[in-house]
Write a protein that binds this ligand. Structure first.
Ligand code: ADP
Length: 459
């Protein structure tokens, strides 16, 4: 068996006073932009405040959306940039920044190519809520994308000997003559560079920003890592950056939170065929409607949460379920009656719900809720499973304003020279609702773009 890859951050003694570009944050956006900048001949450094590398990216489970890819063609799926754009736009309440969305939807396929050239193969496909086509790329092992992507990118960081320091928090951006000139860390060390890339992620675990912009969500649990506190947004704001959509916070509908932790149950579970039922064991929503709409339907149940129901056939299609089971989130029964008994549904009701659903799958016609995707397999193969879920804070759509060149803009929509941003720290791409699979795609598409644009800027 291949040896498990363990990444060791760079030793603090090796920290220099000067780099071409400082990248703040070690999630998908930070790692991708660093590799891209390095490959163009720059000397980048990555600074990560936590002792864990990878940010919220490591928690992403479903996959990476992209249209017109060679992977889709291998699966005989003919897609289009326009369909990807339109479905994301509708899913985002038509509030998405059109320029960013255009760049995003037209560069996903190049990002998939780039990953493949770097040995990162996402050759299986699934689907997420709000999408009409299989365009969510994931590893053929069907492993959750986040851990896989971060590990593979870190192998490249190691190979290229790109310095990556953990436990260094950036507290301030430095400006000289109207241009970014470096950062100051929490240890009050100045590090100088011609450009800075903010890749600091969102504020899904940032109580102060949530309180300021979405007081109503403070009572919910969060799926975010504790470092997701919106630092990049504050750093940029302090030097005059414009913020957009700050009140647009995504609540994810399916989060298991009966333990002290909040575990996100990836959309791929529904994408591969799971249904949602209420406490009585009855369906109540098109499970693959957008996150916003599914969350509302669960909230309307009156605080009981809901249950994902699936069988062994679906379980085999989503590797993450092994993990969910391992940490005790999954109830199981050899047959539906046993499962109903364990969870507390009326057995006949659950049986009827599943029979009706299987009939809808066979006819490809969901008369009740008009679901049209994730209907490739019935719920028929025991053992059967249930996961209790409820909505939790998941993703912050708002953040710093950028142009498609990833340059951060000030209040007057002018470029702040030398400041770039990519990933969840940026606002505007997702409108009022992010589609599953678009955040990983955003980190790679705009991470690459940031690396390229920094190179151009520094010429
Ligand atoms: P994205 O998906 O946009 O790449 P992630 O959440 O995966 O975002 O990663 C962002 C990373 O940035 C996290 O690991 C987070 O701890 C780190 N980070 C946030 N603020 C700072 C800061 N002030 N200094 C250094 N690292 C930071």
């Amino acid at each position: 068996m291949a040896e498990k890859f363990v990444f060791k951050p760079t030793k603090i003694e090796q920290l220099q006073d000067n780099y071409d570009v400082i990248i703040i944050g070690s999630g998908g956006a930070g790692l991708t932009s660093a590799i891209q900048a390095y490959e163009l001949g720059l000397s980048p450094v990555i600074l990560e405040k936590m002792d864990k590398i990878g940010g919220n990216t490591t928690r992403a489970s479903s996959g990476m959306n992209a249209a017109e890819t060679f992977v889709q063609l291998n699966h005989k799926i003919v897609d289009s940039f326009q369909a990807f754009y339109d479905e994301t736009f509708v899913g985002g309440g038509k509030k998405n920044n059109p320029e960013l969305l255009k760049f995003f939807t037209e560069h996903g396929a190049l990002a998939i190519d780039w990953l493949e050239k770097h040995g990162i193969e996402l050759d299986d496909l699934t689907i997420t809520g709000g999408m009409k086509t299989m365009r969510t790329h994931r590893p053929s092992s069907m492993a959750p994308i986040g851990g896989y992507l971060v590990t593979e990118l870190l192998k490249l960081v190691k190979k290229d000997q790109i310095p990556l320091f953990d436990k260094i928090k950036v507290d301030k951006l430095l400006m000289t003559d109207g241009k970014i000139s470096g950062v100051i860390t929490d240890k009050e060390k100045e590090i100088h560079a011609g450009a800075v890339i903010l890749a600091t992620g969102g504020f899904g675990a940032g109580k102060d920003l949530l309180e300021k912009y979405r007081n109503d969500l403070l009572k919910l649990k969060t799926t975010n890592q504790p470092g997701a506190t919106g630092d990049g947004i504050k750093l940029a704001k302090a030097i005059g950056a414009k913020l957009v959509d700050m009140d647009q916070v995504q609540v994810h509908p399916t989060v298991q939170q009966d333990t002290s932790h909040a575990f996100l149950i990836g959309e791929a579970v529904r994408g591969e065929g799971a249904i949602l039922v209420n406490k009585q064991g009855v369906r109540f929503v098109n499970e693959l409607d957008t996150r916003k709409n599914v969350t509302k339907a669960i909230d309307d149940l009156g605080g009981t949460g809901a249950y994902l129901i699936f069988d062994t056939g679906i379980r085999k299609r989503v590797k993450a379920i092994e993990f969910y089971d391992h940490v005790g989130l999954v109830e199981s029964g050899q047959n539906l009656l046993e499962l109903a008994d364990k969870v507390g549904f009326d057995p006949q009701t659950l049986q009827m719900t599943v029979d009706k659903w299987n009939f809808a799958v066979a006819k490809k016609d969901d008369l009740e809720f008009h679901r049209t995707t994730g209907m490739d397999r019935k719920i028929i193969q025991g053992p059967f499973f249930a996961i209790h879920i409820a909505p939790a804070v998941h993703y912050t759509m708002g953040g710093v304003a950028i142009n498609p060149q990833t340059q951060v803009l000030n209040e007057n929509n002018q470029v702040i020279k030398g400041l770039f941003a990519a990933g969840e720290v940026v606002g505007g791409l997702h409108g009022n609702n992010r589609i599953g699979g678009n955040s990983i795609a955003e980190t790679v598409v705009f991470g690459r773009q940031a690396g390229q644009q920094v190179f151009k800027y520094l010429q």
